[in-house]
Design a binder for this molecule. Structure first.
Ligand code: C2E
Ligand code: MG
Ligand code: MG
Length: 704
């Protein structure tokens, strides 16, 4: 059964009990006192009335004696006649009879009996003796005064005894009253002590009840305080608090409300933690692999660098990139790619174990942060190398995809820090650069960031800012390389950008195109090349022998991906007055793979203007060929790497043959680039190729 314990009850109960008890005890005591006093007063009144009656009896007897004495002296002196004496006699008889009645009544009063148990009855006897002699005396007073006098003396003797006894009775009566008063006083004292004792008992009871209630209350409050304390100590993992559950079952009122608030507080802590956990999970973890993400890496990197400030040690950052992962994604689809990423993540995690943190840094790139490495550079490098080798080893094991083994490898770039001056940005940049080096050295290996790499970084940074200046100051120019038909006639030119550096002279594109692509400057660069090419086309327009020439312009993937790409080409064509039918755009396979539909839309829009498309470096991409038939292409451009070795390498020749046949099957034209010799030319002619570009016909050069 639930008990109702509200604070109000708890606080009001003790004073209430005190008041009620005090009132009960007070009323009972007062009532008893009143009864006692009433009883006393009544009894005392009775006793006093009896005492008065005894005095009156004595007075009456004395008065009557005096009357008899007067009668006697009257008889002796002959002043009274016989009749008068007779009347006196009958008066005396009547008075004595009357007095006898009063004495009998007096004598039988319970108070008299109680006060004089030994004298009860004696009064009446003495009075009877007196009365007898008095009656006898008055009877013969007229005849024989002398005898009467004797009788009067005898009566007086009896009266003396009577009076003495009456005095004793009165004294006993007073004694009795005194005893009664004494008893009353004792009773009052008893009452006083009893009241005092009862009050003390009541107070003790109240104290005990109050103490019990207070202990219960403080017990509840202490339970709540202990629960709060535990919650306060473990806010991130609030413990179970069964005491609070029990309290909630047991109590009501304010304590219940407080306990419920604590319970609610615990629930909200749990909810808040879960929410924070979800937020943390979303913010710091990669949903696909379950690994931490780049943000977590940056967080931990920051901590690792601060730890270096406190204690000499190394930390290392490893960037791990899955080699040619894009191929796998393109050929087997994204879900297969996702499975490989998950498996790779678990292998990396297994290889690193508790030695470091593994995160997914980006699409197919992972990172490992190793902290608390030795303070000695050599041993730290050894520690890192061991982990790195385990990672590479793990990645080399074939991945099982739908029952098929798929081989993959990874490249690792390592940067490390042992100085408090190192910054996270620097470490990330260095690891990136080392990774780049690992890729450049043929993949499937690990490279440490070193000074040479640092120099390269600085150079790159300098070059990027110089390239910005170059674009602003129009230092870029275009060299044109001829494209020839089967009869040796010039069909047009490929526009190939050069950087006319004020100090370094002419810089070839492979030195700055990758940088321009990474920095986004390729968009502006491509725009400038397109403008120059279009202006050239417009210039040829008026020259009859050149009006048919076309110009091929290379388009980078970033440039092509711009939403405004179609618009900007249209604008350049319109502004320069170039004939769009003479403009060819060279795309590479990779830029068409991401999202094929928008690419087709863009190409179709430009095709409607008359612009045509060639697929550059064809054969080096890894994508399925099925998309080719959906693209509004005119040429496949056989990559120069196949052409270069086709005469010696039968596999390269087979690829060249396959490309030519594929183009024929799809109704496309083929142009071979990298045609360096007559032998290449003849062989390609024999294989059915009809358009050519290469040093054999002319190197890229400025137009005269
Ligand atoms: P690409 O578009 O495949 O251009 C052909 C490259 O092959 C040119 O190199 C050209 O000089 C070279 N080449 C032509 N014939 C021969 C030959 O017989 N033997 C050898 N060994 N090489 C030959 P270049 O001019 O150095 O350009 C390199 C790459 O730079 C181009 O490859 C293209 O991808 C890129 N590029 C050049 N200009 C631009 C541009 O304006 N925009 C963009 N996005 N990329 C450009
Ligand atoms: Mg090209
Ligand atoms: Mg090419």
């Amino acid at each position: 059964m639930k008990r109702l314990w509200t604070l109000r009850t708890i606080l009001l109960l003790p004073p209430l009990v005190v008041v009620v008890l005090a009132a009960v005890i007070g009323l009972v005591t007062l009532y008893q006192l009143k009864l006692q006093f009433d009883d006393n007063r009544t009894r005392q009144a009775h006793y006093m009335a009896l005492k008065l009656e005894s005095a009156r009896l004595t007075e009456g007897v004395l008065a009557q004696q005096q009357q008899v004495r007067d009668a006697l002296s009257g008889a002796q002196e002959r002043r009274l006649d016989e009749l008068s004496l007779y009347f006196i006699h009958s008066d005396v008889v009547n008075a004595l009879a009357d007095m006898k009645q009063r004495i009998d009544y007096f004598e039988q009063r319970p108070e008299i009996m109680a006060a004089n148990p030994q004298h009860a009855g004696a009064l009446g006897e003495f009075f009877d003796g007196y009365r007898r002699f008095m009656i006898m005396a008055t009877d013969i007073i007229a005849i024989d005064p002398l005898t009467a006098d004797r009788y009067i003396h005898s009566a007086h003797d009896h009266f003396t005894s009577f009076n003495h006894l009456l005095f004793l009775v009165g004294a006993n009566l007073l004694d009795h009253v005194q005893q009664m008063q004494q008893r009353d006083a004792e009773l009052i004292e008893q009452l006083y002590w009893r009241t005092l004792l009862l009050s003390l008992l009541a107070l003790l009871l109240v104290y005990l009840v109050g103490r019990w209630v207070a202990m219960r209350l403080s017990g509840c409050l202490l339970t709540i305080a202990a629960a709060m304390d535990r919650l306060g100590r473990q806010p991130h993992d609030p413990p179970e608090i069964p005491e609070i559950d029990r309290l909630l079952d047991r109590v009501h009122g304010e304590i219940h409300a407080i306990a419920a608030a604590v319970d609610q507080f615990r629930t909200s802590l749990i909810e808040r933690n879960a929410q924070q956990e979800r937020i943390h999970q979303l913010a710091y973890f990669d949903p696909l692999t379950g690994l931490g993400n780049r943000r977590l890496l940056l967080d931990q990197l920051d901590k690792a660098l601060r730890a270096i400030e406190r204690q000499p040690q190394h930390c290392a950052l490893l960037f791990i990139d899955l080699d040619l992962f894009k191929n796998l994604n393109d050929t087997l689809g994204h879900s297969a790619g996702d499975r490989v990423l998950q498996e790779a993540a678990s292998r990396l995690h297994g290889a690193v174990g508790s030695e470091g943190l593994v995160v997914r840094n980006g699409s197919d790139e992972f990172a490992v942060l190793l902290t608390e490495l030795s303070a000695q550079s050599d041993s730290a490098a050894d520690q890192v190398r061991h982990v790195g080798e385990r990672l590479l080893e793990g990645m080399r094991r074939p991945f099982l995809l739908e029952g098929e083994a798929y081989s993959l490898s990874a490249s690792i770039g390592v940067s490390h820090a042992d100085s408090p001056l190192a910054t996270a940005d620097q470490l990330l940049q260095n690891a990136d650069l080392a990774l780049f080096q690992a890729k450049a050295s043929g993949r499937n290996c690990m490279r440490f960031f070193d000074e040479a790499m640092q120099t390269a970084v600085s150079l790159r940074t300098r070059m990027e800012s110089e390239l910005r200046v170059a674009l602003r100051e129009r230092q870029l120019c275009v060299h044109y390389q001829p494209q020839i038909d089967a009869g040796g006639q010039v069909l047009g030119y490929e526009a190939l950008v050069r950087w006319n550096h004020p100090e370094r002279g002419l810089i070839p594109p492979f030195e700055f195109i990758p940088l321009a692509e990474e920095s986004g400057l390729i968009i502006e660069l491509g725009q400038q090349v397109l403008e120059m090419a279009c202006r050239q086309l417009a210039a040829w327009q008026s020259q009859a022998d050149k009006a048919q020439w076309s110009i091929s312009v290379n388009v980078s993937s970033l440039q092509f991906a711009q939403a405004s790409f179609v618009q900007s080409v249209e604008t350049v064509v319109a502004e320069t007055g170039a004939n769009p039918h003479r403009l060819k755009l060279e795309l590479t396979e990779s830029m068409l793979l991401e999202e094929i539909d928008p690419a087709i839309d863009k190409m179709a829009a430009l095709s409607r203007l008359g612009i045509r498309f060639a697929l550059d470096d064809f054969g080096t991409g890894y994508s399925s060929l099925s998309y080719l038939k959906h693209l509004p292409l005119t040429w496949l451009k056989i990559d120069q790497s196949f052409v270069r070795d086709m005469l010696e390498d039968s596999e390269d020749e087979a690829i060249v043959v396959a490309v030519i046949q594929l183009a024929q099957a799809l109704g496309l034209q083929v142009i071979a680039e990298g045609v360096e010799t007559e032998a290449h030319y003849q062989r390609l002619l024999a294989l059915g190729c009809r358009e050519f570009q290469g040093y054999h016909f002319g190197r890229p050069a400025p137009l005269e």
